[in-house]
Design a protein around this ligand. Structure first.
Ligand code: PBG
Length: 326
């Protein structure tokens, strides 16, 4: 009788042995929690397609900030639900709007919490596109100034990091130079460098009220078939001064996370987007999957693929589950 010489099972015999040889760990400090901030007081409006996620006024956002710190989550990313919208997305750089107020309040209460802001126009424009519109076309260069103004207003309000998600060409450079020109040279830019035109953003557009009123985002977000183009995007953003790079969505783009990680030395973030969250929530509500186990496996896999940090609506749950398992 011949015996197998190599027996991988030897290193799988017990939990202790498996821990000893585990290559990747998911930690609360890897997670960033997205928050939808709105005006008013005492608002906590559920989002139907994203159970457990709410549009919240600043008072409630503060409670979330506190919970994050308690759970060991280092930071949050803010999305705005403004009081008004127009063609140019002016509420995006209005100092009295929800995101700006939330930045200031969070930094005052919790100086150690990292506050990231999403910089884009789609939540603030009446047409729901991420740039200015002319004859049905999304204009690139005239949009850059508006994005730069938005980023600057976030920095003035106290944001620690600004994260442009619009996919206009040249926006990292435009934002970098606006920040540097106004004394914010220390504020890093986390670029949504590799952002695909994805159907997985569906629930988010409900949450943020940012569905385009006509057409789609395919003339500015990337085609899902491409990966070399992702490398071109990151090269460009790094040349313009991006400090961190993001790949979005995450679950269907693990190969892209890996490809980006292999060619860059800056931190890589992955965005576990709304559709990825809602799919698990829906299945879990039907008892079709074990929510805790599939979620932790999914997030761990994103890290294994190369993500240094993960933006996820599961951040609080995942951090609590990880503590439970310690
Ligand atoms: C804004 C923005 C979007 C998301 C993050 N920033 C939506 C979009 O591009 O349509 C999606 C996040 C998610 O689905 O969780 N441009």
């Amino acid at each position: 009788m011949e015996f197998p010489i190599v027996r991988p099972r030897r290193l799988r015999v017990s939990d202790a042995m498996r821990r000893l040889v585990r290559e990747t760990d998911l930690l609360p400090r890897d997670l960033i929690y997205p928050l939808f901030v709105t005006n008013g007081k005492n608002v906590k409006k559920p989002i139907a397609s994203m159970p457990g996620v709410y549009q919240m006024s600043v008072d409630n956002v503060l409670k979330e900030g506190e919970e994050c710190l308690k759970l060991g989550i280092p930071g949050v990313i803010l999305f705005g639900i403004p009081a008004y919208k127009d063609e140019k997305g002016s509420s995006g750089y209005d100092p009295d709007e929800a995101v700006q107020k939330a930045c200031a309040a969070l930094k005052k209460e919790f100086p150690t919490l990292i506050v990231i802001t999403d910089v884009c126009l789609c939540e603030y424009t009446s047409h729901g596109h991420c740039g200015l519109i002319e004859d049905g076309d999304v204009l690139n260069d005239p949009t850059l100034d508006l994005l730069a103004r938005t980023a600057l207003s976030h920095a003035r309000a106290g944001a620690d990091i600004v994260a442009p998600s619009d996919m206009m060409d040249g926006r990292v450079g435009a934002i970098r130079s606006a920040l540097d020109g106004h004394g914010f040279e220390k504020i890093p830019v986390m670029s949504y460098a590799v952002k695909y035109a994805s159907a997985f953003y569906g629930p988010f557009r409900d949450a943020a009220g940012s569905t385009p009123q006509f057409g789609d985002r395919r003339s500015y977000q990337m085609d899902p078939g491409n990966v070399r183009e992702a490398l071109k995007e990151i090269e460009q953003d790094l040349a313009e001064g991006a400090d961190m790079l993001m790949v979005k969505p995450a679950l269907s783009y693990m190969d892209v996370i890996r490809a980006v990680k292999e060619v860059t030395n800056v931190p890589v973030a992955a965005y576990n987007v709304s559709g990825e969250y809602s799919m698990i929530k829906a299945a879990a509500q039907n008892d079709w999957v074990d929510e805790k186990r599939v979620t932790l496996e999914m997030l761990l896999s994103m890290k294994r693929a190369g993500a240094d940090m993960i933006l996820t609506y599961f951040a609080k749950d995942a951090a609590a589950w990880l503590k439970e398992d310690m």
